[in-house]
Design a protein around this ligand. Sequence first.
Ligand code: ADP
Ligand code: G6P
Length: 468
Amino acid sequence: MSRLIVISNRVSVPKAAGAAGAQGGLAVALNSALREHRGIWFGWSGQETAEFTGHLDMQRNDDVTTATIDLEPQDIDEYYNGYANRTLWPLFHYRIDLTEYDRNFGEGYERVNERFADSVLPLIEPEDLVWVHDYHLLPLGSILRGKGVKNRMGLFLHTPWPPTRLLASLPFHERLVASMLEYDVIGFQTTEWLESFMHYVQKEMGLKVNLDNSIDYKGRRVVARAFPIGIDYAEFTQAAASDEAGAAYKALKSSVRGRKILIGVDRLDYSKGLGERFEGFARFLSDHPDQAGDAVLLQIAPPSRGDVASYQQIREDLERKTGHINGAHADVNFVPIRYVNRGYPRAQLAGYYRAADIGLVTPLRDGMNLVAKEYVAAQDPEDPGVLILSQFAGAALQLKDALLVNPHSSEHLAETIKRALDMPLEERKRRHSKLLASVREEDVIHWREQFVRALAGKDRNRDAGKEG
Ligand code: ADP
Ligand code: G6P
């Protein structure tokens, strides 16, 4: 079995028991994946250094070896806060209105990708498989090729891939996408993002896509495929069955004194549709005054990317909105929205999910969304809650038995909340058992195995067979 070198912007070592869990789908998924695979996880430490030295900090924790570098303040500004989170993230989530095009960001992005390449290079041995993650590092594979790396290399993008006409607004978009074609495998969360990528390479680059979704480019063959990411089902259900989860369940239930609970758990990000979600809930409260005092929305939203203005803005907007809605609908012994800006240990989170009658997962755009899957996994199969899921989350393509909503429509959200609250037990169980089967079968181990198999080139025959 080849060794894996995983490369991502953020390296999140497994936390000590009881500590707040890693936030972000990538961190959660990779910790599970690497634990079973001997290999190295390389990336940014999250720390700042006055001057970049390339010094590698190697550590071994809970069966995962990590190698990290510190970055200079200018790198963090231009690469992480800049090109990654002020240019690519909004653009890839269809928010062209928030997308900033700044030459310095682009230069910082290339510089840091170079620095990543130089630092990881000495760790790569000839038989290693190199697996790069996410929008921070799209050109890394091509830079490594330029430095002589011949290994099989793959990229997995955790975000959506935008429509061609949106991507075309990015200066030097052709160069960025061409650099991606130096990987052997390019993975997307869903067929929707895959198709969008294929549309781009055909329309903008004039390339031909083969029947097996491979592209021949400069004498090499690149395979592009969808690999929907899942959760660590075994780990999560174990966390959900723990005493800690049980205590969290009881504490939340007793605090609402018989009211129904709706739960939202999201990084505080404009792509998650939190404002629209709150509006939808407020509309439900106004439309159904008879039920208004019977339902509480618990929104857990740890702050994210706080140095970026659009994130500061969404935080302020949500504080204002929560204040308005609570002001209009609260009573002396009842507040409709509990808005909490912090992280929780995974077992505690699982207990909260289980206590909730409705999981509200309503992003405006999301590559996949793991919270939807965690909510399903945490339910009691004999008395499960109802998942309300945005039709614009990648997860909606798999979780078809959720109640799918248009997150932009407060009317549709309000109606769907009403429908979920009134749903008979039989229907809840029927929907949940189908959702659970999908979450259990398409878990993170399945995802990793599929990707690594493609990366190792082991399913080339299978694909060729399909073609014929
Ligand atoms: P994204 O990757 O955009 O953050 P996902 O839904 O795919 O969105 O993944 C989010 C992950 O972060 C989930 O595993 C979720 O449990 C975790 N998470 C989000 N908020 C919290 C929180 N407050 N405490 C602990 N974990 C959290
Ligand atoms: C999403 C991205 C990840 C990122 C995570 C947390 O899941 O796809 O690449 O790590 O959000 O964001 P942050 O900026 O805190 O790393």
